[in-house]
Design a protein around this ligand. Structure first.
Ligand code: GDP
Ligand code: MG
Length: 177
């Protein structure tokens, strides 16, 4: 948090984590640019995107980090997590294994970040309800167990994408004061 000339300026670093292909990059591109990429091999080294959000009349810069595919090799570096004040832990509702991995991602987050970090569990691809492998209740229960916010999203049809990021940003903002 820095002091700007016209008042305060807020910069929040938020990381997006979860197994490969759960839709992390598309959630970010949907939020930051309102774009979706249906054949995204496109995790082309964009480190982060910055999106300005208005919370209670304050201009907040959300700097949202994408793993750029490192998660495939279990090599998400500590630099990735450094300074993060929020996290979205993403799984794919049509792929049970990605849900089973959530605990591992939470452990990793815990080793790198303060416990006070604002955390949202995200069940992505909710547009694919007909081939779902993880029920909404399972997601919700895990979130309650682990004290996480929870939402199901679709980067494809935009369901809850803005809402998920905004809940995290608002929580970070509220925790500051
Ligand atoms: P990442 O590896 O976690 O960054 O995942 P990507 O964003 O690259 O997405 C992996 C694949 O899932 C791509 O083919 C996307 O088009 C697809 N995808 C991502 N989000 C959604 C979604 O909400 N719904 C559907 N149906 N497909 C999605
Ligand atoms: Mg990606």
């Amino acid at each position: 948090q820095e002091e700007g000339e016209g008042g305060e300026e807020y910069l929040f670093k938020i990381v997006v984590i979860g197994d490969s292909a759960v839709g992390k990059s598309n959630l970010l591109s949907r939020f930051a640019r309102n774009e979706f990429d249906s054949n995204s091999k496109a995790t082309i080294g964009v480190e982060f995107q910055t999106q300005v959000v208005d919370i209670e009349g304050k201009e907040i810069k959300a700097q949202i980090w994408d793993t750029a595919g490192q998660e495939r090799f279990r090599a998400v570096t500590s630099a990735y997590y450094r300074g993060a004040v929020g996290a979205l832990i993403v799984y794919d509702i049509t792929r049970r294994t990605s849900f089973d991995s959530v605990k591992r991602w939470l452990d990793e987050l815990g080793t790198h970040c303060d416990t006070a970090i604002a955390r949202m569990l995200v069940g992505n691809k909710c547009d694919l309800d007909s081939i779902r492998e993880v029920s909404r209740d399972e997601g919700k229960s895990l979130a309650e167990e682990e004290s996480l916010f929870f939402m199901e999203t679709s980067a494809l049809d935009s369901t809850n994408v803005e809402a998920a990021f905004e809940v995290v940003i608002r929580e970070i903002y509220n925790n500051m004061s």
